[in-house]
Design a protein around this ligand. Structure first.
Ligand code: LMR
Length: 410
C-alpha cells in the first residue's frame, strides 16, 4: 500500500562501495581489487602501520586509559598536533593565533563542516568549483547541504596532463568570491598534481579573484613519503592568500591507515585573529547537533603518533614504505605494458603519484576488465595502485593489454 514515502526515488549503489560489493561477491579464483583507495601490503592485505600498532599499545597500557566523552571541539592534543603537521610547526597562522580548528569525522566530515559553514556564513557565493574530474563524493557533500557545484578544467585527456590554461581561465571567469576546492596533493582520481610553478600561478589567480579556497588534504605524506613536500602547495596558499580565509579539510584515513576510525580535522585559517571565539562557538554547535562530540579512539591514537618522537619517526618511515611500494608497482605495471607492446603510451602511470592512476582506459575497457578478467576499477579508468603487488601486477598488465587490443579491433 502506498505511504507517505512511496515516491522516494531509488538511487544506484555508490560507485565505489558498489564496486567493492561486486568484487567481494565475485567467486572467480583470480580477481584484483583496484577500486577503493585503501593501502594494501605486498600480499594484498590491509596494513596496520607499525607506528599505529605501537601507539595503540601505549594507549591501552596508560593507567588513565578510558572511553569518556571528548570535549565538543575534539581531543585537544590531536587538534593541536593535526594543525601543526599540516600547516607546519613554524606556521605564521599558528604563531599569530589566527586559526580555528575542530576535530571532524575524517576528511569527508571536515568537508561537510565546510559545506555547512559556507551555506550558513558565506554570503558571496553558493557555488563550489570542483576540478574536472574530482572525487565523485565531492559533488554530494556540497549538494546535500544545498550548495551548487560547478567544475573547472583540470585534466587534458589527449596529453594525460594538466590543463593549466583551462584551469587558469576557469578561475578567472568564475564570479568574484567563488569557492574553489583544491586537492592539496595526490589528486583524486588523476594522481596528477600541479608543479610548484603551476601552483604559484593557480594560487595567484585565486587571489586576484578573491575566491575562497578549500584545501582537501587526504594524502599528506602518503603521496611522496614526505610530509613537508605534500603540504607545500597548501602552505604556499597560506602565504599567498594571506588576506583570505582558507579552509583546510584534513583526513588521517590514508596516511595513518585508520580508514574506518574517521580521524580528521577542519581548520579555518583567518587573516587575523578577530572573531575567532564566535566562529568556534558556531562550529561547536555543528558538532554538538550532529555528533554530540567527536569519536575519541582514533584521535587519541593519532595524537600519540604525532606527539611521541619515536612514533613520529616510525610514522615517517611507514609513509616511505607505503609511497615507495606504490611507486614500485607503478613502474612494474608500466614496464610490463611496454614489454607487451600494449598500444599507447603508459608513462603517465609512473608520472602520477599517490594512491591512484588515471589509466586512460575507457568505460567499455573498464567494464571488460571486470567482466572478462575480474580486475575491478572505477568506470572513469581510475586504478588504486595500492591494490597491485608482485603477485598480481603481471596478471593486471596482461588483462589491460587484452582489453586495449580488443577495443582497437572494434
Ligand atoms: C577513494 O576515493 O577511493 C577513497 O577516498 C575512499 C572513499 O571514501 O571514497
Amino acid at each position: 500500500m502506498p505511504h507517505l514515502f512511496s515516491n522516494i526515488e531509488q538511487l544506484p549503489p555508490d560507485a565505489l562501495f558498489g564496486l567493492k560489493a561486486r568484487y567481494v561477491a565475485d567467486d572467480r579464483a583470480t580477481k584484483v581489487d583496484l577500486g577503493i583507495g585503501a593501502y594494501r601490503d605486498e600480499n594484498g592485505k590491509p596494513w596496520v602501520l607499525p607506528s599505529v600498532k605501537r601507539a595503540e599499545k601505549l594507549l591501552q597500557e596508560d593507567p588513565s586509559y578510558n572511553h569518556e566523552y571528548l570535549p565538543i571541539q575534539g581531543f585537544a592534543p590531536f587538534v593541536t598536533a593535526a594543525a601543526q603537521v599540516i600547516l607546519g610547526e613554524d606556521s605564521p597562522a599558528i604563531a599569530e593565533k589566527r586559526l580555528v580548528s575542530v576535530q571532524s569525522l575524517s576528511g569527508t566530515g571536515a568537508l561537510h563542516v565546510a559545506a555547512k559553514f559556507i551555506k550558513k556564513f558565506y554570503s558571496k557565493s553558493e557555488t563550489v568549483y570542483l576540478s574536472k574530474p574530482t572525487w565523485a563524493n565531492h559533488f554530494q557533500v556540497f549538494e546535500t547541504i544545498g550548495l551548487k557545484t560547478a567544475t573547472y578544467a583540470y585534466w587534458k585527456d589527449e596529453t594525460k596532463s594538466l590543463d593549466l590554461e583551462g584551469y587558469l581561465r576557469d578561475i578567472e571567469s568564475a564570479p568574484e568570491g567563488s569557492v574553489f576546492l583544491l586537492h592539496a596533493c595526490a589528486h583524486n582520481p588523476t594522481g596528477l598534481d600541479p608543479t610548484p610553478e603551476e601552483w604559484t600561478q593557480i594560487l595567484n589567480a585565486i587571489k586576484k579573484k578573491n575566491h575562497l579556497p578549500i584545501f582537501d588534504s587526504a594524502y599528506q605524506g602518503f603521496a611522496s613519503g614526505s610530509l613537508e613536500k605534500d603540504a607545500w602547495a597548501l602552505r604556499e596558499g597560506v602565504k599567498i592568500l594571506k588576506e583570505t580565509p582558507i579552509i583546510v579539510c584534513q583526513s588521517f584515513a590514508k596516511n595513518v591507515g585508520m580508514y574506518g576510525e574517521r580521524v580528521g580535522a577542519f581548520h579555518l585559517v583567518l587573516p587575523t585573529d578577530e572573531n575567532k571565539a564566535a566562529i568556534l562557538s558556531q562550529l561547536q554547535v555543528f558538532t554538538r547537533s550532529e555528533l554530540s562530540n567527536p569519536p575519541a579512539y582514533g584521535a587519541k591514537v593519532v595524537a600519540k603518533v604525532l606527539t611521541t618522537p619515536e612514533l613520529r619517526k616510525q610514522w615517517q618511515d611507514d609513509l616511505i614504505t607505503m609511497s615507495q611500494r606504490i611507486h614500485k608497482q607503478r613502474l612494474a605495471l608500466r614496464d610490463r605494458l611496454v614489454k607487451l607492446q600494449t598500444p599507447g603510451n603508459w608513462d603517465h602511470i609512473v608520472n602520477q603519484q599517490g594512491m591512484f592512476s588515471f589509466t586512460g582506459l575507457s568505460k567499455e575497457q573498464v567494464a571488460r576488465l571486470e567482466s572478462k578478467h575480474a580486475v575491478y576499477m572505477t568506470a572513469n579508468g581510475r586504478a588504486s595502485v595500492a591494490g597491485l603487488n608482485e603477485h598480481n601486477v603481471e596478471y593486471v598488465a596482461n588483462a589491460i593489454d587484452e582489453v586495449v587490443r580488443s577495443a582497437s579491433k572494434l
